[in-house]
Design a protein around this ligand. Structure first.
Ligand code: SAM
Length: 262
């Protein structure tokens, strides 16, 4: 997977050389390029922002500088399309097609489902906003060009910029690429994963007794059926307590007979 990131602070992404992400780059599973948006400016101050049209506090990222950058990274000819005259908007992660992603606190929430879908893409291009955000015509223009454009929030709070949000999404996406994790089993049964997505049961390691606290007896029983049932019940109970919205989304297919009794 090729990953391009555009930011006014590309150094933020030096951390991607560490840990599993660094190993995945060394193995050639992913290829990451962090670009400085200011490299596409032409003025002496390398300015990327301007005052909001209509007034208000702060600054907004200018469309022209983003367009020069994105045209080049997407391999598009500069054009003057209007969104109303849009060609078919691409929404799938078809082989070879880039997906252009803008972190945005006022966009739909990024979920494990999005991470799973995007882990199949060949090329992701992230545009990190700063200040009051980016001019709304930037995603609209690229949608009109037939580019697969996504805008995602990573949570109901406001960060200073899209860099941290991009790192969060990238980590969630890339760990699902086959070969990324040392043990592929570790991503099979996790919170939010699979058809009946629940929060995971609690985890314990050795020793069985620690500072007066015991691991639940059933986990020491060696009875795999009982262990599975215990974990499933705990996942259901925790999800019901902490994220009842996920229980409401569960289809009947995602429940087994014993679940219905709990
Ligand atoms: N004025 C914007 C608003 O109120 O919605 C906030 C802009 S924020 C200070 C600057 C940039 O940080 C955004 O353009 C976006 O790229 C990023 N950002 C901030 N919070 C985010 C979140 N929760 N999810 C994704 N991106 C976020």
């Amino acid at each position: 997977m090729k990953i391009d990131i555009v930011s006014v602070f590309p150094e933020y992404f030096d951390v991607l050389n560490l840990s599993l992400f660094g190993k995945a780059q060394a193995k050639g599973l992913i290829e990451v390029h962090a670009h400085n948006l200011r490299d596409w400016t032409h003025d002496v101050h390398h300015s990327v922002d301007d005052t909001p049209v209509g007034g208000g506090a702060g600054m907004v990222m200018k469309p022209a500088v983003w367009a020069e950058c994105l045209d080049e990274l997407l391999g598009l000819e500069p054009a003057d399309a209007t969104p109303d005259a849009a060609v078919d908007t691409a929404t799938d992660t078809a082989a070879g097609k880039p997906v252009l992603i803008f972190p945005n606190p006022s966009a739909p929430l990024f979920t494990q489902r999005d991470a799973t879908e995007l882990s199949h893409a060949d090329h992701l291009l992230f545009g990190c906003g700063r200040y009051e955000g980016y001019d709304a015509r930037i995603p609209a223009y690229y949608r009109a060009q037939g580019v697969n454009v996504r805008e995602y929030s990573i949570g109901d709070y406001v960060l200073n910029g899209g860099e941290v949000a991009t790192s969060v999404m990238l980590e969630a996406i890339t760990r699902l690429i086959p070969g990324f994790m040392g043990n592929p089993e570790s991503i099979v049964e996790e919170s939010y994963t699979g058809e009946g997505a629940l929060l995971e049961h609690r985890q314990y390691t050795k020793p069985a007794q620690w500072r007066g606290l015991n691991v639940p007896d059933v986990l020491l029983s060696g009875d795999h059926g009982k262990v599975d049932r215990f974990r499933r019940d705990e996942a259901l109970t925790r999800t019901n307590d902490i994220r009842p919205d996920l229980i409401e989304q569960l289809g009947c297919k995602a429940l087994d007979k014993a679940d219905r009794k709990t």
